[in-house]
Ligand binder design. Structure first.
Ligand code: NAG
Ligand code: NAG
Ligand code: NAG
Ligand code: NAG
Ligand code: NAG
Ligand code: NAG
Ligand code: NAG
Ligand code: NAG
Ligand code: NAG
Ligand code: NAG
Length: 545
């Protein structure tokens, strides 16, 4: 196996705000030899998640008996150690379709793991672990028949009686997200009691014709019980189109932020439909849209704080705990629609080069950051879009759009110089805290420093979209991590780390481990000369100095 020294060169850079230092590269397993990548897609949320001193990872691995069949593998390790794996070999994945990732969620309250997998416009495939496995990891034997004793379900526990074709058919893009404490306080109490700690977002429908839905997980009250899911509802309505979110993120005040683009529908009846998209491809994407929810997804506001949606069709909320049902002109059962006022923050036409599901993060001052791409100037370029901090009430709500410079001094990969309309997508993540940039010319002399006093460094984890010098039919597997700072108004982009190879598909990052000042990346390390068919799924840890 030609895995030796695929990371051809690693360049550290400590000149500016933050410095990334390689700590460790750990192999998870072999990437299945499919044409489309089943591991490591930008919408996979999450492939890698840290909780309670352990890091968990999910991946498909080919069956030892028949490499055309893939199994769900769930791995864990003490953070920084070696992974141990369990294989769920009672389910075989066979479609060569890059939508069919595995998404992992963790309930920090009852310690259960939640998996949804192999979804592309098909019936839900959900499986949860026994409670306690993540809260009592040292007492948990890491074996499939201990951790995952429940069967695969085509519904969410607690919701067995709701209409399956409406809720749990034609599912794609499941995403889990921890609901932090500050957001839990804002979620209205429902009749049956308890507090949710995990959010699920998914699409029902197909490309060009779909809606996005939200659910909350109410953890088990003791390890003899199981938790249950509650429907929040359809929050993003598609009308002859479908929304594609860049992400969903809570800020430190507990608000939930979403950005998305719409893809208009092309009737492809009788046309040659490719497994990935067909005529309903990204050229039909348009606009960057934004909304936020002050209550975990039940109601939504536009960037100016005006009410636009009141999601639950049948509010089952205890009296006095919520204003739902009495939001001025927005009656219950109103999702965010393409015509909702004030949701378009940048008008981007069809064929304008905007891609779907690239990257989003929210920083510690409440700034919403989006990475996407556009071709408004005749050159497809990465763009950074950001919203002024929610902490600063007076100026909150303004959006700024800046292309990443086409050339970043010191980037050996020239990563921003060649961006494709359909190229590997990047990720964004931020860290707060005092930065060393105080002493550089870039930091101190700028106008308009943070009103809240929170300095932030934003990392853009960017995979190469350029042809590989070693195989022109493949994209290069180079990776560059750029950084910019709040003090520099996120225009002081500089190289934080780079590698000439090792990132054969879309890089993912452990959003929960970054608070330990580590960027823990989930990468497919494959050799372009082998058409990417020999990839190794790796976790690469970089210390933020
Ligand atoms: C391997 O699995 C594929 C997909 O289910 C099946 O078509 C094929 O016949 C299997 N091959 C063998 C040797 O069992
Ligand atoms: C959605 O799922 C149902 C089965 O529940 C199926 O009959 C229908 O064809 C699907 N629709 C699309 C657009 O895939
Ligand atoms: C709705 O409220 C009633 C009574 O308050 C409760 O019994 C029921 O379980 C609630 N339904 C859901 C889905 O939470
Ligand atoms: C859980 O079940 C075990 C054995 O079945 C029992 O000993 C224990 O008391 C139960 N715990 C609770 C909280 O019900
Ligand atoms: C697409 O066109 C076919 C043939 O004209 C029609 O039967 C079908 O209903 C259309 N589909 C949609 C979703 O509009
Ligand atoms: C960007 O737009 C220009 C002019 O419309 C076009 O020539 C070019 O091919 C586009 N770039 C990409 C990557 O599609
Ligand atoms: C923000 O607005 C409030 C009133 O809405 C005003 O009292 C305050 O001075 C403003 N702050 C700044 C920094 O402009
Ligand atoms: C980087 O890419 C741009 C755009 O493709 C190109 O013009 C430039 O020459 C490249 N720079 C280097 C140093 O390769
Ligand atoms: C700035 O430079 C001074 C002198 O070199 C040093 O003592 C100080 O620690 C530096 N401050 C930061 C924030 O790096
Ligand atoms: C890679 O793909 C190309 C084009 O499909 C093919 O000609 C070539 O043989 C493949 N190489 C390997 C090593 O599989």
């Amino acid at each position: 196996m030609a895995t030796v020294l695929r990371i051809l060169s690693v360049l550290g850079c400590c000149l500016l705000a933050e410095c990334l230092r390689h700590i460790q590269t750990t192999q998870l397993g072999l990437d299945p030899p499919t044409t489309n990548r089943l591991n490591g897609e930008s919408f996979q949320q999450d492939a890698l998640a840290t909780f309670n001193g352990y890091q968990y990872a999910v991946l498909w691995e080919a069956s030892e008996r028949n490499t055309s069949i893939r199994h769900v593998v769930v791995a864990r390790r003490v953070v920084g150690g070696e992974f141990e794996k369990l294989v769920l070999d009672d389910y075989g994945q066979v479609e060569d379709d890059g939508h069919d990732v595995i998404s992992l969620g963790i309930s920090r309250t009852d310690g259960s793991l939640h998996l949804i997998f192999d979804q592309h416009d098909n019936d839900l495939r959900y499986r949860s672990s026994t409670p306690g496995v993540a809260t009592n990891p040292t007492k948990t034997i890491w074996a499939a028949d201990v951790v995952f004793t429940s069967p695969i379900l085509n519904f969410l526990p607690g919701l067995s009686s709701i209409d399956k074709p409406t809720h749990f058919s034609n599912i794609t893009y499941p995403r889990f997200l921890d609901i932090p404490r500050q957001a839990q306080k804002l979620i209205p109490a429902i009749g049956a009691g308890g507090t949710p700690d995990l959010l699920l977002e998914l699409r029902v429908g197909r490309s060009g014709l779909g809606d996005d839905w939200l659910y909350h997980y109410y953890p088990a009250e003791n390890t003899n019980q199981s938790g249950r899911w509650v429907e929040v509802g359809k929050y993003l309505l598609g009308v002859n189109n479908n929304p594609y979110i860049n992400g969903l993120d809570f800020d430190l005040q507990g608000n939930l932020h979403a950005t998305w683009t719409y893809r208009d529908f092309i009737n492809d009846t009788g046309k040659d439909v490719a497994v990935q998209a067909g005529p309903n491809g990204p050229e039909n994407n348009h606009d960057l849209n934004y909304a936020y929810s002050p209550d975990g997804g039940y109601t939504w506001k536009n960037t100016w704080g005006q009410d636009v949606a009141n999601v639950p069709a049948t509010a089952n909320l205890s009296a006095g705990s919520s204003k739902l049902g009495q939001i001025g002109a927005v009656p219950p059962g109103t999702p965010i629609a393409p015509t909702s006022p004030g949701i378009v923050v940048f008008g981007i036409p069809k064929f304008g080069g905007i891609l779907n599901q690239e990257a989003q993060t929210v920083d510690s001052a409440g700034r919403v950051h989006v990475l996407n791409r556009e071709n408004g100037t005749g050159v497809e370029q990465w763009y950074h879009y950001w919203r002024t901090p929610s902490l600063d009430k007076n100026t909150s709500g303004f959006w700024i759009r800046t292309p990443l410079p086409l050339s970043i001094p010191g980037d050996p990969n020239n990563i921003t110089g060649m961006v494709g309309v359909i190229g590997k997508r990047g990720k964004l993540i931020s860290v707060s805290g005092p930065s060393a940039s105080e002493n550089t010319s870039k930091g101190s002399s700028r106008q308009g420093s943070d009103h809240d006093g929170t300095d932030v460094t934003l990392f853009a984890i960017l995979p190469s979209n350029a042809p590989s010098p070693r195989n022109p039919t493949m994209q290069s597997s180079a990776l560059t991590i750029l950084q910019s700072t709040s003090k520099g108004h996120f225009q002081d982009w500089d190289v934080a780390w780079s590698a000439a190879g090792g990132c054969g598909w879309e890089p993912l990052v452990d959003r929960y481990r970054v608070s330990e000042r580590v960027l823990s990346l989930f990468l497919i390390n494959s050799d372009e000369r082998n058409n990417g068919t020999d990839g190794v799924v790796e976790v690469v840890d970089l210390q933020i100095a």
